[in-house]
Design a protein around this ligand. Structure first.
Ligand code: FAD
Length: 305
């Protein structure tokens, strides 16, 4: 039953019509459970509050299914604006973005142009930018663009997903770029031809790639709410005599706040991923797929006055 619900929510997350309707008819429909606000002003207040409580942040201006140049350029402008606000308000935040929201489905030229403008702004304002990883169809293109940009920009990171068979090789391939890598389990529906279908295997591969990336000496963001994985990282900290400036934990806004607080109080760097914007539907459906029980939180949001 749970697997059926997961598949259902992932199916909804790919639905362009619902995404557009949700954008048009507002933020109210349960979005606020996982999304910080409609614009950067709302998000900036939230970041300040989160920073004041002892956490660092990465913000993500939500945008999916972008199929035209105009919207891709607007999204890039929004990211640059967010970078300026982060600097002006002295917020401790990075920026995360998706290449499809920068026009990956329009042309590679457009993505490169948008990314260079954003990374120039990041350089100027001392803000790190991380490229999220999307579906497998975009996986190779994302890594190629990352490697190309990394030649010119220090302030760039990306994400690898433990559910893909290829990820261990990607860790090896990216090593020469001294990458800033966020490692996650993976949030999309993928075929067993490219991704481990069984959770136990994803978890084992996750541990393997975390260890490999840390042994390579690359800064590693472990982005998970899974306590068993977090315990494993703590063991590695001893086993590999890691210093705490070699890795950090990351979790999503609104999820496992108790665990976020515990790690922060134990002295770990804890980064909260804070999405904002009106294009919230697909993001929220992926969160429901991860934990169908979240549907109650979302429904409460729908009926809240
Ligand atoms: P799971 O085994 O799924 O969950 C472990 C436990 O965490 C569960 O038992 C539950 O108690 C809790 N939990 C997990 N998810 C939820 C939820 N939605 N609501 C409530 N409780 C929950 N994926 C990508 O494919 N690309 C990305 O670029 C990407 N970026 C991410 C950035 C950050 C900071 C984080 C934290 C995740 C990101 N993800 C990304 C999502 C990731 O791939 C997983 O889908 C998500 O983190 C759930 O997996 P988990 O590691 O928490 O482990």
């Amino acid at each position: 039953m749970e697997q059926l619900m997961r598949n259902f929510f992932l199916f909804l997350s790919k639905n362009k019509t619902l995404t557009k309707l949700a954008k048009k008819y507002g933020f109210k429909f349960g979005a606020s459970r996982f999304v910080a606000g409609v614009d950067i002003d709302h998000a900036a207040k939230k970041i300040r509050e989160i920073n004041d409580n002892g956490y660092v942040v990465t913000i993500d201006h939500l945008g999916e299914f972008i199929d035209n140049e105009k919207e891709a350029r607007e999204n890039a402008e929004e990211c640059i604006h967010a970078i300026v606000v982060i600097d002006e308000q002295n917020l401790d935040s990075q920026v995360s973005l998706k290449l499809t929201s920068m026009g990956l489905d329009v042309s590679e030229e457009l993505v490169m142009e948008n990314m260079r403008s954003i990374l120039d702004a990041g350089k100027k304002h001392n803000v790190t930018v991380t490229i999220d990883m999307e579906d497998y169809v975009n996986h190779r293109r994302t890594l190629d663009i990352f490697m190309e940009l990394k030649k010119d920009y220090e302030n760039l990171g990306t994400v690898l997903q433990a559910y893909l068979y290829e990820t261990e090789d990607d860790i090896t391939e990216l090593n020469e770029y001294d990458p800033y890598l966020r490692l996650v389990k993976g949030a999309y529906k993928e075929s067993p031809e490219v991704a481990y279908p069984v959770k136990k295997d994803v978890d084992e591969n996750y541990k393997k790639i975390i260890k490999k990336n840390l042994e390579n000496g690359n800064y590693t963001a472990i982005a998970t709410h899974d306590e068993a994985i977090i315990e494993y990282v703590k063991q590695l900290e001893n086993e590999l005599s890691l210093s705490r400036d070699q890795f950090e934990f990351q979790m999503l806004f609104g999820i496992r706040k108790d665990l976020q607080e515990r790690l922060m109080k134990e002295g770990y760097k804890m980064r909260v991923y804070v999405p904002y914007g009106d294009d919230w539907f697909a993001y929220n459906m992926r969160r429901l797929a991860e934990r169908p029980a979240n549907v109650m939180f979302v429904l409460k949001g729908v009926f809240k006055k």
